[in-house]
Design a protein around this ligand. Structure first.
Ligand code: BDR
Ligand code: CA
Length: 311
């Protein structure tokens, strides 16, 4: 299996991404989960990460708390999407599994130094603060990272937190800039992909029909998440942003995109956090990211539902 660290700010869709990874031990070995401030503040994201591990029946998973605010800006959160706890919808028990003592950034650095070079993949599902902090604190780890597969950014779909920017990149654009200019191979799931992974009524019914605690909880999470997208965008269902990352590790053929240059806007107040993707290769800048654009949504939901059924 591929060794990964999931860096996350759960978030209902983060929760589903984590469940999918933990349900797929043949393909994925989760070395640890690192929480970051994002959708909600850090005390809630680290708590939610532990709730999700317990829901998956994997209280042995190591969960670390990381940065509680972006590198250089005040934290922007998204309770308007995810609810007050970040994981509104199902009522799940308070976690009893421990939070690890080490800081998430130290865990990322130490793991990359200990594991064979180019064997560990990082999977960021929130603002990139922990990842950029690790790269800045220990530049020697950068060439040791096999790949970073992340959810963030947008091209044709532009923004969901401002007209120009997607939430994860907007919250910490300086951190995103560090990651996108690091030279590490990047695979990016922007809104262009994730807005095609919609939980329609039938798909939600299929989660519930699993008849398990996990299936029902995922149905309740996506129902809560959906209310926002339906009201606000008239969308057909909740977009499952973050699970695109873990699905890609299991079944990369579900996704298609282009290897392009992507730069992050860190100055303009109007377009702060925009992922400027050179889709039509109009600059001479070298490609630094596999920027995905489409997903086989039927295949994606078939995989997800089947795997959730294993938990
Ligand atoms: C991203 O922002 C968060 O609200 C979601 O969890 C996802 O990671 C989508 O823009
Ligand atoms: Ca997230």
């Amino acid at each position: 299996p591929r060794k990964i660290i999931i860096d996350t700010d759960p978030g209902q869709d983060d929760a589903v991404a984590i469940l999918l990874a933990l349900a797929s031990p043949e393909e994925i070995e989760v070395l640890g989960i690192t929480a970051v401030a994002g959708n909600v503040p850090l005390p809630l994201t680290q708590r939610n990460a532990r709730i999700v591990c317990e829901l998956a029946g994997r209280p042995d998973t190591r969960v670390f708390a990381g940065c509680d605010k972006p590198l250089r800006r005040p934290l922007v959160t998204a309770e308007h999407v995810h609810g007050k706890t970040g994981l509104d919808g199902p009522s799940l028990p308070e976690p009893t599994m421990p939070l690890q003592d080490a800081h998430a950034v130290d865990f990322i650095v130490e793991t990359l130094r200990q594991e064979p070079s180019e064997s560990v993949t990082l999977c960021p599902l929130g603002p990139l603060t922990n990842i950029a902090s690790a790269m800045m604190a220990a530049p020697d780890i950068v060439p040791r990272i096999r790949e970073i597969v992340l959810m963030g950014g947008a091209y044709f779909e532009v923004g969901n937190i401002t007209p120009a920017a997607e939430f994860n990149i907007y919250v910490d654009p300086e951190a995103a800039d560090v990651v996108f200019s690091s030279g590490v191979p990047l695979t990016v799931m922007p809104l262009d992909v994730t807005h095609k992974a919609l939980v329609t009524k039938d798909r939600n019914d299929a989660f519930r029909a699993l008849g398990t605690t996990v299936g029902v909880a995922v149905a309740q999470m996506t129902e809560f998440f959906e209310r926002f997208d339906k009201e606000k965008y008239g969308s057909e269902g909740a977009p499952l942003h973050d699970p695109c990352v873990t699905a890609h590790l299991i079944c990369p053929d579900l996704f298609a995109g282009r290897h392009v240059n992507v730069e992050i806007e860190t100055n303009s107040p109007l377009t702060l956090g925009m992922t400027v993707a050179d889709w039509w290769r109009v600059t001479g800048r070298s490609p630094n990211a596999m920027f995905m654009g489409s997903v086989d949504d039927e295949g994606f939901f078939a995989l997800l539902t089947e795997r959730l059924g294993r938990l």
